[in-house]
Design a protein around this ligand. Structure first.
Ligand code: DGJ
Length: 571
């Protein structure tokens, strides 16, 4: 047989091959979490990514028409990521018949506005309750068993002990994840998934349905006991205390291992919720392995015990139980509306649990929270709740005589996000290097000393120069050590002095302070600050006698703003 080459076809073939090689080279891995130096970060399109996010109200995303004007508003507010619900009920209204029109519409809306999405899977549970399951599940209590509480009453909460519940939710969730892979597996609009929302039993410390009672009478699964033994040193203090009080048993029933009472119930429920959600997460990741997190309803000050808050959710007490029972879940996140935000971030940020805050406040306090979580706890991102309503309700119901409502981009959180957007590449580098810190100060929590680089940063609320007992109500800052004697600081309503921690002259003074901004990743200096625009302590003699700096940085209430400072030292 004679074999001849057709030169034009050969050329076309070669070009096609080259093009497909280039495409393969250009294709980025799907969004994932990666350890970079000292931080675990979200990686999107091959680059570390800081999620400046917001979560829409629960049913906002059930209507594409409602969302239409919301997307561009979120862009104006400097969000790069939106957390939106996708409910089991919305995609499987009739059993086995999936409808992803809504999901596709949300993807289109986000893409049109260059936003990324995090889908919140409202399946078996949302705020503990099974309100977002399809009606055909709600109506068939025999097939889909519910939690039974002390009184013998069943409640509107699917039981973790119902295999049909798990099977049906897993089937729907897997179909959703398969669809996501098909429609977004290359585009990567969706960067993470939240599995359920605020799970746990309400109204009692545990499920008392017959299947739950039978499980409670069994020994603690060996897998959990083995995990506790292997990880004893790293366990959370509260769980460790309970196990220690019982004598660190290597086996036993729940109350033998963790003592009698509601805490054993909570640990028992945590294991079973974790196993249920592990099963679903694993099945979903087999379709499309995006990072997955949970969202915890944290204990409120007025709660008297588990059941007042959802019993079994990934609270600090039982987070280790979740790590043992649900290793496929990448992180357990808190939703924090309480005022003591810094305490809660510290409880959730652990060596095996990077911080993401999927729900919190979106006001001036929210701006402080975002700075603090990202600066002090290397958070992957921050996301206030009800972001679609920001500025909207004020505009709808103006108070008589009130000034016109602010443009949405001028609200405190968008201003904070605008600054974080400028700094994001630097923040991500410094999170990895461990050369970043954050401060969150109010009248309960002021005058913080932060060790960073070659200095201790003394951060306090901004005080009135003439009357220092008059101070701001809430201040916040984010600090990057950019050189041996140089810091980049972004903040609002704080003042900062510096104390050297390395050998040499003991007092730090301001060599050079610039206000400025980052444009396309480049520092653009503005005013050179001195005089009234920095902190000047005129009691120079007193300060010097105590080796304290007479001067420091000052951030006003109209920020956050960015300053770059070079220090010098003297005796
Ligand atoms: C916490 C829940 O997780 C959200 O879905 C929402 O219900 C808010 N509470 C409402 O404040």
């Amino acid at each position: 047989m004679k074999f001849s080459l057709n030169p034009s076809r050969t050329l076309l073939g070669a070009l096609a091959l080259l093009a497909s090689c280039a495409l393969a080279l250009a294709a980025q891995p799907i969004p994932h979490l990666a350890k970079r130096g000292m931080a675990v970060q979200l990686v999107v399109e091959g680059q570390p990514y800081l999620a400046l996010a917001g979560e829409t109200a629960n049913t906002a995303s059930s209507s594409l028409d409602y969302m239409e004007p919301v997307w561009p508003r979120l862009v104006k507010m400097h969000l790069n990521t939106v957390l939106v619900a996708v409910a089991w009920d919305w995609i499987e209204p009739a059993e086995g018949k999936y409808d992803f029109t809504l999901v596709d519409g949300l993807l289109a809306g986000a893409r049109k506005n260059n936003l990324h999405l995090v889908f919140l899977w409202f399946g078996s549970w949302k705020n503990g309750i099974s309100s977002f399951v399809p009606a055909w599940v709600k109506a068939d209590q025999n097939r889909f068993p519910r939690v039974v509480i002390k009184s013998g009453q069943s409640i509107e909460v699917l039981s973790t002990f119902g295999p049909a519940n798990l099977e049906a939710d897993t089937r729907a969730y897997s179909a959703f994840m398969r669809h996501l892979r098909e429609v977004d597996g290359e585009r990567h609009t969706v960067v993470m998934i939240q599995m359920q929302n605020e799970v746990g039993v309400l109204g009692d410390s545990r499920d008392r349905s017959p299947a739950a009672e039978a499980a409670f009478a069994q020994p603690v699964p060996q897998e959990l006991m083995d995990y506790l033994q292997k990880n004893t040193d790293g366990l959370g203090v509260d769980l460790r205390k309970r196990w220690e009080a019982a004598g660190f048993p290597a086996a036993g029933k729940w109350e033998e291992a963790f003592g009698p009472g509601p805490a054993a119930d909570e640990i028992f429920m945590a294991w079973h919720y974790a196993r249920y959600m592990e099963h679903m997460t694993k099945a979903g990741k087999r379709q499309y392995p995006l990072p997955v997190f949970t969202n915890t309803w944290i204990v409120q000050p007025e709660d008297t015990g588990p059941g007042d808050y959802p019993s079994g959710g990934p609270e600090p007490l039982v987070i280790d139980v979740w790590k043992a029972g649900a290793p496929s879940i990448d992180l357990n996140a808190p939703d924090i509306y309480l005022q003591n935000f810094p305490d809660w971030t510290a409880r959730f940020h652990r060596a095996n649990n990077p911080l993401f805050v999927p729900e919190s406040r979106g006001d001036a306090g929210g701006a402080a929270n975002a700075f603090y979580a990202i600066g002090q706890h290397a958070a992957i991102g921050y996301s206030p709740f009800g972001i679609d309503n920001a500025g909207r309700l004020v505009a709808l119901r103006p108070e008589p005589g009130a000034p016109p409502p602010m443009e949405v981009e001028n609200l405190p959180l968008p201003r904070a996000y605008a600054v974080l957007t400028q700094l994001a590449p630097l923040i991500l580098e410094h999170q990895a290097a461990g050369t970043i810190a954050g401060a969150w100060v109010n009248d309960q929590r002021k005058a913080q000393s932060i060790a960073l680089g070659n200095y201790t940063l003394n951060v306090d609320l901004r005080r009135n120069r003439r009357n220092p007992s008059q101070m701001a109500a809430l201040g916040y800052g984010l600090f990057l050590a950019v050189g041996p004697d140089e810091y980049l600081v972004a903040g609002n309503d704080i003042q900062v002095t510096f104390t050297p921690t390395t050998p040499g002259p003991p007092i730090a003074g301001l060599a050079d302070v610039w206000a400025g901004k980052y444009v396309d990743g480049k520092w653009v200096p503005g005013r050179k600050l001195s005089g009234d625009d920095v902190l000047l302590n005129y009691k120079l003699g007193e300060a010097a006698a105590q080796n304290q700096s007479g001067s420091g940085l000052m951030f006003g209430p109209d920020g956050p703003t960015i300053q770059r400072v070079k220090l010098y030292r003297y005796r």
